[in-house]
Design a protein. Structure first.
Length: 83
């Protein structure tokens, strides 16, 4: 059983929701390009065009981003396999 994914804080405005979407999209792209192990929060923040502090405002660490992206990929693929 997997530990539930938690965000550091939830967005209060549309701008925050857009920032989270940009971070998640950037994370998916970076993970795809360099792999889960080689990805860094700096790479993700740069790809999302946001400050590293903004990334950490919402996500406590890269492990939470990885967990969210893996869960999303499993949901859309319908796969139970490990990535």
């Amino acid at each position: 059983m997997t530990k539930p994914t938690t965000m550091r804080r939830l967005p209060q405005q549309v701008r925050g929701e857009q920032r989270i979407a940009a971070i998640l999209q950037a994370a998916a792209q970076v993970f795809y390009e360099v792999g889960f192990d080689a990805a860094t929060t700096d790479m993700i923040a740069q790809r999302a065009h946001t400050a590293i502090g903004s990334l950490y405002d919402f996500f406590p660490n890269i492990a939470e981003l990885k967990t969210m992206i893996r869960a999303y990929l499993q949901a859309v693929s319908g796969s139970e396999s490990e990535m």
